[in-house]
Ligand binder design. Structure first.
Ligand code: C2E
Ligand code: MG
Ligand code: MG
Ligand code: MG
Length: 291
């Protein structure tokens, strides 16, 4: 059976399970009914604006609470969902749930900017932009309040289908965030033409910052490049004060990582925001800028 990961947050899967057909089948069947059984949830991790030292928005991260195996990390089940053709349905649930949550926050006077992660399969969908537009409209949310994170590798996959989606998102006013930047091989020229507003430096560079001059140079160069293209820069996976200090000096705009806050359920996020900014009026928590 699966073992508890350190800290008890997630199950780690033993290597043999990757290839264990019975286990895969069990997970597949469980995942098929996960939405109906209400087992999916979004957790939210704040992005911290370095200059205002406050939350400028949150990233929605998917969690699957398996009735027997406990919380399963997206690194495990997103890949399964893609293989079994379930990612479309799950992705739609994420869009709907994020918009529902934004509307709930709005009703409490909180204009929260939310970023969702999109898979390559979703980008290849015929009418992803239309679907997102409908969800936004149904919940009365401004398109500018939603950000879509796509990995650099996916962003560079310049097919007619993805281009169609990028155009559609730009048309409705939803911007892209280029996730895990630095792990792919971007063409600068292509990056310039994406409707992107934000670039997220991959955590692998962040974790090397304190002992690698090369990582520091890389981050400096990426920040310069992003700013030249008019993109704001988020550093992801910030875990230490030392990393934060280097990133601040390098000119990063926003931080995200365990040093500031872990992903948390919406209810816990509200308490976190209130503890951090007790004197803010409700909608002052999310000033204008990129989510
Ligand atoms: P990502 O979009 O790059 O998200 C960042 C991941 O880093 C999250 O893992 C987050 O919990 C983790 N993280 C944040 N700060 C720290 C830190 O300081 N240290 C460390 N070690 N980790 C940190 P998570 O939630 O397990 O998600 C993993 C990946 O799964 C995400 O990477 C994203 O690619 C994918 N994912 C998550 N939710 C969704 C979703 O709704 N749809 C799709 N298609 N993919 C999703
Ligand atoms: Mg992301
Ligand atoms: Mg990322
Ligand atoms: Mg990442």
């Amino acid at each position: 059976a699966a073992k508890r990961a350190g800290g008890g947050r997630y199950k780690l899967f033993e290597p043999h399970m990757e290839s264990d057909a019975a286990w895969q089948l069990e997970l597949q069947n469980a995942l098929r009914g996960a939405i109906e059984r209400n087992e999916l949830a979004l957790h939210y991790q704040p992005k911290i604006d370095v200059r205002q030292s406050r939350s400028s928005g949150v990233e929605a991260l998917l969690r699957w609470n398996h009735p027997v195996h406990g919380a399963i990390a997206p690194a495990v089940f997103i890949a399964l969902a893609e293989r079994f053709g379930l990612i479309g349905k799950i992705g739609n649930w994420v869009i709907e749930e994020a918009c529902r949550q934004m509307a709930e926050w709005a009703a409490q006077g909180l204009r929260m900017r939310v970023a969702i992660n999109l898979s390559v399969h979703q980008l290849r969908e015929d009418d992803l932009a239309g679907r997102i537009e409908n969800a936004l409209r149904a919940h009365g949310i401004d398109a500018g309040q939603l950000l879509c994170e796509i990995t650099e590798t996916v962003a560079m996959e310049d097919t007619r289908a993805t281009q169609h989606t990028f155009d559609g998102l730009a048309r409705i006013g939803v911007y892209l965030s280029i996730d895990d930047f630095g792990t792919g091989y971007s063409s600068l020229n292509y990056l310039r033409h994406l409707p992107a507003r934000q670039l997220k430096i991959d955590s692998s560079f962040v974790s090397d910052l304190e002992h690698s001059q090369q990582a520091r140079s890389m981050v400096g160069a990426v920040v310069g490049l992003a700013h030249a293209l008019g993109l704001s820069v988020v550093a992801e996976g910030v875990e230490t004060q030392g990393q934060r200090d280097i990133l601040l000096a390098a000119g990063c705009d926003e931080f995200q990582g365990f040093f500031f806050a872990r992903p948390m359920p919406a209810s816990v996020l509200m308490a976190w925001l209130q503890a951090r900014h007790p004197h803010d009026a409700g909608n002052g928590l999310a000033p204008t800028g990129a989510a």
